[in-house]
Each structure stands twice: as structure tokens, then as C-alpha cells.
Write a new protein. Sequence first.
Length: 87
Amino acid sequence: MPTWLLILTAVLIGFVIWKVGMGSIRSFAPDPDAPKRPLEVEDVDELDVFLVCDECGTEFKVSRLGELQIPRHCGEKMQVVRRPAAG
């Protein structure tokens, strides 16, 4: 094989490795366009806030919201449902 072809192949393979490596490193960075979460705890006593499982209908009542991490029930993420407080 000619030397120029070996050099060109090595440069192309190096470029592909560099692009894949940079893409994987960038995937670990936080999204700058993502909305910022409020750092304050939200008091939701005046509302009835529930985490509802769509599969089986299980509901968890929430009294305060902070950095919410939606739990999983029946293998699916639960939905946040806000209802006006009764009475």
C-alpha cells in the first residue's frame, strides 16, 4: 500500500475517534438551556398535590415540593396531579 494512503487512513480514523470521544464527553455536561429548578421548598397545603400511578391508580399525597424526583410505581413514572383543595 502506498504511504500516503496509510497516512490518510490513520488521519481519518483519528478524526473519527476524536469526534466520538468529544461527543461522549459532551453528553456528560449539563444542558445549558435546561430550566433551572427553584431552590426553595414550595408549600402546597392549599392545594391537594398527588403523585398518581397511571397503571394501578395508587396516589401519594404531597404536602411540600422541593427538588422533586418522580418515584416509579408499577415500573412507570408517576404523574404529578394538582387539584383544588376541597373545602
